[in-house]
Each structure stands twice: as structure tokens, then as C-alpha cells.
Write a protein that binds this ligand. Sequence first.
Ligand SMILES: Cc1ncc(COP(=O)(O)O)c(C=O)c1O
Length: 300
Amino acid sequence: MNGRLVKWEAAKIHVLTHALHYGSGVFEGMRVYPTKQGPAVFRLDDHIKRLFRSASFYSMKIPFSEQELIEAAVEVVRENKLDSGYIRPIAFYGYGVMGLSPDGAPVEAAIAAWPWGSYLGEEGLVKGIRCKISSWRRIDPKTLPTQAKACGNYLNSILAKTEALRAGFDEAIMLNLKGKVAECSGENIFMVKKERLVTPPADAGVLEGITRDSVIRIAEAFGLKVFEKNIKKNEVFSADELFLTGTAAEVTPVREVDGRKIGSGGRGPITEKLQKKYFEVVRGEETRYRDWLTFVSRTQ
Ligand SMILES: Cc1ncc(COP(=O)(O)O)c(C=O)c1O
């Protein structure tokens, strides 16, 4: 936290922290996986790069270099003796000013890590999850930069996620203001149709997920065609397969949307193939993508 290792209980902030009031923070979510060579963080450099890009939308000057945050993330994993889990870097406007303009507020940065299993459940990874088309529309790029992984954006996700959970579903699919499919509360979405992958483009208002990019590259290496194009709501119902991607959700099949069965109503064969390869890649069992892994040595 702010350049020092602090105990979990001591990682505290002031109640007048700017970001607490206005959502003026940016963050990342990364995973560390066990490999034969010890724990490895998946696409660490890309996540830290996105953190800095997110910060730049809000003129936030993170008081550390990308390299320093990369090394800090590795250190946090090592110090916590984590073999697998989740890593949460965050940079935010701290305590200093109370107006909306954060000018004059210090920028604070912290990285936390903890053990965390599958986000949408082990069973969901195998059998697929049930989604609800949200009554909440995805924030529009003209109102908030959707490309930034900014704290305030997640109020939109919270509304969609809680609505879906309370209605007995696992996750929410959000449409954008044009009525096209955007993404889920914390995942990108892919549709399989006639052995081709289709996913909404960045300008549909989606966060360009790092898992989305990984899956696109894995799919193309399999010879699958991938199209970034707008998806109408009805196309979702007639998809052969549907799946979600995200650091937390990894590659999760969707078996049902609004009570309607998707494809065969389980994990489709293409989803299964991509999911299997994704898990091999993150666990270092596939040499082709080794440069996506940052290994954490047990000792410094
Ligand atoms: C809104 C949203 N979309 C998509 C994603 C997936 O991004 P990634 O694969 O980089 O974790 C996330 C998670 O970070 C997210 O919060």
C-alpha cells in the first residue's frame, strides 16, 4: 500500500477519501495460477498497462511506474505465499480535497491478493450458468469512458448483477443504449454460431477484456473465425453456444438466458475446447503462450 507492505488489518484509508465519495479510482483484477514452475500471474503486464490507461482518462498520475507495480504485485503474491488466487491493484484519489475536482488530492495505490476460487462456481464452469437480460442498460461511452476500468462504472454493474441474482439467475447480460448486446456485469460475452465466434466490438461500450483477447487469439490459433460485430438480443437466443470471459469468470458457458435454453442447454463443444485450452494456457501447460505468464519465485 503506497509503496510499503502492510498487514491486512492496517490497509486503511480516511473516510473523506475522494474515491469513496465519487468513485474516482481505477483498478484491475488479475489471477495467479499454479504451474509446474511455481505460481504465475496471467498477463500481468497487460493488466498493469490497462490500469495506467484507465488512470489517464481521469488525468490520474499514479505515483509509481508500471515496472514498480508489476514488481509489487509479484511481491504481494510471494509474501502471501499464494499458489493461486486473485490480485486486485487499485489507484485512487485519496484524502485531501472535498470538491468534485480531484486536483490537489493525493493519488494512492495499493495491491491486495487473496485465495479465490471460480467466480461463477465450479458447477457453472462445467454445466453452464443462467443469465438474465438486465433491465439496466450498459453505461454509454458518451457518458463515461467504458474503456476505463474505473470504480464509478461499477455502480452500473452492481445494479445489473443484484437484479439478476435476486431474480434467481447467476449473471446479467446488459444491452447498450442502442439495444445491442454489450457485456455482463464483469465479463465479456461471446456467441458461437455456425462454428464462428461473434463478440460485441469495443464501441458497443464494452471493456476490452484481457481474457476476451486471450480467447480470441486461442480461437484463431484453432482456425476458428472470430467476428467483432454488434449482436441483437434475439440472436443470443438462437446462438449455438454462448459463453462469458473474464479474469474472475475465466471461460464460463451460458446454458440459459431468460429461461430459454441456449443450444443444447449445456456447455457446447467449442466452448469446452476453448475453455480447456484457456486453463492449459494459464497453468503453463501450453508453451505457445508462455510469455503471458509472470512467474513468482518463492524467494526473492
Ligand atoms: C465490465 C467488465 N467487462 C469485462 C471484463 C473482463 O475483463 P478481463 O478479461 O480483462 O478481466 C471485466 C473484468 O475485468 C469487467 O469488469
